[in-house]
Design a binder for this molecule. Structure first.
Ligand code: ZN
Ligand code: ZN
Length: 146
């Protein structure tokens, strides 16, 4: 769990002003890894009832553009956010309920970023999504989450 001091340091490192909404957004995403925008808004508003949706959207965009948060968007899914940045880990996504879990790099950070032929591209990220069924859905309990 990140402390408010950790989050302030992350914001300053990204040359961002430390504001209450930004602190609340990062704290919410830290508490709810892979949360979608709606869940982040709900969590932020539990802390700061007067923050607008737009302020949360803007914070999410700014923070992920500057690398404080990582945005992932599996095909056909809404954008999700997490504070685990910079390690290029991958994700497992359930086809049935959309649950997302972290998967560490299968081979190692560096190798995943080194395809056999880069075609001259300067690569900074490799995105791997493992699709399947989460244990809950695989057990036959296919009812959607509440
Ligand atoms: Zn599932
Ligand atoms: Zn993740």
């Amino acid at each position: 769990m990140l402390t408010p001091d950790d989050v302030s340091a992350m914001l300053r490192q990204a040359s961002l002003r430390v504001t209450k909404p930004r602190l609340a957004v990062v704290a919410a995403v830290d508490k709810l890894p892979h949360a979608d925008t709606e869940s982040v808004i709900a969590a932020v508003r539990a802390e700061l009832p007067h923050v607008s949706h737009q302020a949360v959207y803007d914070s999410l965009h700014t923070l992920s553009d500057l690398g404080v948060l990582r945005r992932i968007q599996p095909a056909g899914s809404v954008a999700r956010y997490e504070t685990r940045v910079g390690d290029n880990h991958h994700h497992l996504v359930c086809r049935s309920c959309g649950a997302v879990a972290d998967a560490d790099c299968a081979i190692g950070e560096t190798l995943c970023l080194t395809p056999s032929n880069t075609h001259g591209f300067r690569i900074d990220e490799a995105e791997v999504v493992y699709w399947g069924l989460c244990p809950r859905c695989a057990d036959g309990d296919a009812s959607p989450p509440p």
